[in-house]
Design a protein around this ligand. Structure first.
Ligand code: NAD
Length: 253
């Protein structure tokens, strides 16, 4: 049996990839707040621990494909929750599944965001504290910050944390990459569009292709990243954003 583990499997990009990998014959273990094989709240330490142990039990300690898609958007009021799920929850599961990925020579895709490089957040105390892995200190720094201020930083730190693992994990036989979508038509984006003020930030994102992404375009790229064709791709950050990153940072890559 080949197991594919997907966090955020109940909606949006996670659900799209779930369908694609199911069609390929993988046994799916979805992890989400509801409508999943493993029900867990990844914003809490207890939820992360139970998600890891239940999943390892179900897959017998071998994970062939891992998609870390669970996340919260910048339209929420509570910035702290975004940091807990997008950074600390995602990293806890990534590290918790390392041995199971190594046992299967597994492939992992983590969902970042093109917003991770849109603003100079590299050296902010929040990002540095995330990279130290100090959740308590990060929560102190965030305080009552709005999620819009936290989202890009959480994805920036997440992308760096993944790339920092590429050397060791590659040597352990694990393939590890990040996809960085731009705004993509999912329930999360709908939440941003429906927000009275945050919705205006969408108008400020330059998109050369003049449209948002479709969920099947992100899901299809992830399917490719999981395929044998992409077996030599490792430690990469793949932008799928209609050209926004190239327009904002043409001389950086
Ligand atoms: P979505 O809201 O459709 O799906 C997110 C899933 O994560 C949901 O099923 C939700 O229940 C789950 N989730 C949220 N909090 C959780 C928690 N505490 N514990 C367990 N599961 C939890 O959103 P989506 O657009 O499919 O987002 C998937 C990923 O893509 C996210 O990491 C998001 O940040 C990223 N992303 C999305 C866009 C976009 O515009 N849609 C752009 C860039 C990156």
């Amino acid at each position: 049996m080949s197991y594919a583990v997907i966090t955020g499997s109940a909606s949006g990009i996670g659900a799209e990839v779930r369908n694609r990998l199911e069609s390929q014959g993988f046994d799916i273990i979805g992890i989400d707040l509801k409508n999943a094989e493993v029900t867990a709240d990844l914003s809490t330490q207890a939820g992360r621990v139970s998600a890891i142990s239940e999943t390892i039990e179900k897959c017998g300690g071998k994970i062939d494909r891992l998609l870390l898609a669970a996340g919260l958007g910048g339209h929420l009021d509570v910035g702290a929750l975004v940091a807990r799920v997008n950074y600390f929850g995602t990293l806890a599961l990534l590290d918790g599944f390392k041995d199971a990925l190594a046992a299967a020579g597994g492939r992992c895709v983590v969902i970042g965001s093109n917003s991770a490089q849109m603003r100079p957040v590299d050296e902010t105390p929040m990002v540095l504290s995330m990279l130290e892995g100090d959740e308590t200190k990060t929560m102190d720094i965030i305080g009552d910050m709005h999620a819009a201020m936290v989202y890009a930083g959480s994805k920036h730190a997440l992308t760096r944390a993944v790339r920092r693992r590429a050397a060791d994990w590659g040597a352990a036989g694990i393939q590890l990459n990040v996809i960085a979508p731009g705004p993509t038509e999912t329930p999360m984006l709908q939440g941003v569009k429906d927000h009275p003020t945050i919705s205006k930030s969408l108008d400020m994102i330059p998109i050369p292709q003049k449209r948002f992404g479709k969920v099947e375009e992100i899901g299809g790229t992830i399917e490719f990243m999981f395929s044998d064709t992409a077996a030599h791709m490792h430690g990469s950050v793949i932008y799928v954003d209609g050209g926004s990153d190239a327009q904002v940072r043409p001389d950086k890559f």
